[in-house]
Design a protein around this ligand. Structure first.
Ligand code: 6R9
Length: 631
């Protein structure tokens, strides 16, 4: 039985059912999966502790729902189509049967190195099929994967390894990205100088560059799988056993490890994938994200593969060798569903319509957007030039913490409105609250976006620090999950996401905590204090603007700015490098010593006409100086 919704009235009906009888609703959806043991209770929850359990008592292995299931019914169907960075290089098409064998073989390879159920494994790899194989192999043997985006620095990698006390790292010699080749193994080696728990590193050969292999610790991927059987029994997992940890930035301090569990995540990613993208068997689906982000987890790997889809994995970047690269790939594989980020759309928009118009995009049926609010101009460009006015745009709002898409049109079913994520998926109960936590009922309201009922794909905790999970998401408003986003519900009941209301900046769809960037900047020995804010950026959505107080002794301002930028790259990674750094002699502070970020934000936006009341500042005179020096 398929749980695909086909009509708007069908959606409304399903939505009503999901709210009135959530247990029956999710129980029915979950029935279509293979469980080793059925659940005793569909959901048990409270948002106080919080404690959220879905399909309690059930046992399963998510990979049996991908591998065994599809092997028997469509073993020859392509599961993964891999397109390499370099257009002329050989691609790979991996069938469900081959995927079964490769995952099992790598599972055995990890087991041979002593990885057991519950152990944490870090995946720091390029966009190659082996990254997906590694994730599934972990799931197969019950190890918990934590994928770290391969653009993060050795420091960021070491922090994550230490936080989850990982036992193994899976990586590559190097990565190709556009015209660049990045020495990844060297970054891992550097990170491991700051960690104590890693026993082995398995290295996939991608670039062929020379790397140091530490004897007794490092092993090549091809050697690790040599002689290993292509059959590996799937570990029996409880529905609430951990499936993976994914680190994400919040408004305070260091990134937190968002924890997802086996049963609920499985049910939610497949259900949302099939319904949002309206995937038909035989379609080719392509999501351009990196597996290092949640979008890659849920909608390159798990959702599509659970649905028996053909999922394209692309190693390169949108503008290499030219701005027509995406469209060449769409044409080459006759992609039917295409899913990308507004930042990529805006970057391509800047290259004009020639690269789009000169390719055959007639295979496209659905085009999607994720990661940040899509502005109306980009929405229209995407709709007209990529979708040729005929493909529905699915603007999908969700988060690392939500596991899957929460508010989004169902392609071709929900009438769309530019830059609106439109309506919640069945099972999702959004509420809008004001600053005091009062629910704003009815339409034409604006406030903070919360959820008042659990859904199977939601986070269960933050690794090693449940209190932090509680404080970040469940303590702001009583009995609600707080998303950190502002939202408007218009006169038609449609949702429009307005962006973060906390100190999180969304740069090219990647989350960055202002505190996290400030901490990195402050590591520079000449920096005394800093304040970071987001500002509107034409391509990236938001850019990073840093105000720094520093000691310029023996340096020019330009030198220092470059050094600070480099410091941030070393500590977090290139994605966190400030777009603008302004050296200032002071920061506007309240009498209690709090930085008035509102003023700094306005100056960064270039909107200094109305800075509000600055008279309560400890140092009002600083505002004019900062204004005068703004970049
Ligand atoms: C999936 C993902 C989550 C934050 C989220 C919000 C922003 C994501 C959006 C969107 C407007 C959309 N966001 N999708 N804002 N419209 N369609 O991106 O997860 O990296 O955790 O980021 O991204 O601000 O809170 P994640």
């Amino acid at each position: 039985m398929s749980d695909r919704i086909h009509t708007l009235s069908g959606y409304i009906h399903e939505y009503q059912r999901s709210v009135h009888q959530p247990e029956q609703f999710w129980s029915r959806i979950a029935d279509s999966f293979h469980w080793k043991k059925r659940w005793d209770k569909t959901v048990e929850w409270n948002f106080e502790e919080p404690k959220i359990e879905w399909f309690k008592g059930a046992q399963l292995n998510i990979t049996e729902n991908i591998l065994e299931k599809n092997l028997f019914t469509m073993g020859d169907k392509p599961a993964i189509i891999w397109e390499p960075n370099e257009p002329g290089d050989e691609n790979q098409i991996i069938s469900y049967r081959q995927l079964y064998e490769k995952v099992n073989q790598f599972s055995n390879a990890m087991k041979a190195k002593g990885v057991k159920k519950g152990d944490r494994v870090i995946i720091y790899m390029p966009m190659v099929p082996e990254a997906a194989i590694a994730m599934l192999a972990c799931a197969r043997i019950g190890a918990v994967h934590s994928v770290v985006f391969a653009g993060f620095s050795s420091n960021a990698l070491a922090d994550r390894i230490n936080d989850c006390q990982a036992k193994m790292v899976l990586t590559s010699d190097g990565n190709f990205r556009g015209a660049k080749s990045i020495p990844v193994k060297a970054v891992v080696d550097e990170a491991l100088e700051k960690t104590k728990t890693i026993e082995n590193v398995i290295v996939f050969k991608r670039t062929g560059e020379e790397v140091e292999m530490k004897s007794g610790r490092d092993i090549w991927w091809e050697d690790a799988i040599k002689g290993q059987s292509t059959e590996c029994p799937a570990e029996t997992m409880d529905a609430e056993d951990m499936l993976f940890i994914l680190y994400t930035s919040g408004s305070t301090g260091k990134p937190k490890g968002v924890v997802h569990t086996c049963g609920g995540y499985m049910v939610y990613t497949k259900y949302s994938f099939e319904n949002v993208f309206q995937y038909d068997q035989g379609d080719v689906y392509w999501c351009t994200a990196d597996v290092g982000w949640i979008t890659g987890h849920s909608y390159i790997v798990y959702g599509p593969l659970l649905a028996g889809a053909t999922t394209v994995m692309f190693e390169g970047i949108p503008t290499y060798p030219d701005a027509g690269r995406f469209w060449d790939v769409v044409d080459k594989y006759k992609v039917n569903q295409f899913y990308t980020a507004p930042t990529a759309i805006r970057a391509l928009q800047a290259h004009g319509t020639d690269p789009v118009d000169s390719r055959d995009l007639s295979s496209l049926k659905v085009i999607g957007s994720v990661g940040e609010p899509i502005n109306e101009e980009a929405w229209h460009w995407y709709h007209s030039h990529v979708g040729k006015g005929k493909c529905p745009v699915v603007d999908t709002w969700w988060q690392t913490e939500t596991g899957g898409i929460m508010i989004s049109p169902l392609a071709g079913i929900t009438p769309t409105k530019p830059s609106y994520a439109t309506l919640p998926l069945p099972g999702i109960q959004p509420v809008i609250v004001d600053a005091d936590g009062n629910e704003l009922k009815g339409n034409s309201v604006e406030g903070n976006l919360c959820m008042k009922f659990p859904w199977p794909g939601m986070l269960r905790t933050t690794y090693g620090d449940h209190e932090r999970c509680k404080n970040t998401y469940f303590a702001t408003y009583k009995n609600m999950y707080f998303t950190g986003d502002g939202v408007k519900r218009d006169e038609d009941g449609y949702y429009r996401i307005l962006g973060r209301v906390d100190d999180v900046i969304n740069v090219s769809g990647h989350r960055m905590g202002t505190a996290e960037v400030e901490n990195a900047i402050n590591e520079h020995p000449k920096v005394i204090e800093s304040a970071v804010v987001g500002y509107p950026h034409e391509v990236k959505g938001q850019g990073i603007y840093a105000y720094v107080i520093c000691d310029l002794e023996n340096r020019t301002e330009e030198n220092l700015i470059n050094e600070i930028s480099e410091t941030v790259r070393n500590i977090i990674g290139a994605i966190a490098k400030p777009d603008k750094i302004q050296v200032v002699s002071g920061l506007p502070k309240t009498r209690s010593g709090k930085i008035m970020r509102r003023i700094l934000r306005k100056i960064a936006e270039g909107d200094t006409s109305n800075l509000g009341d600055t008279s309560t500042l400890l140092n009002p005179e600083i505002v004019d100086e900062i204004k005068a020096g703004a970049k």
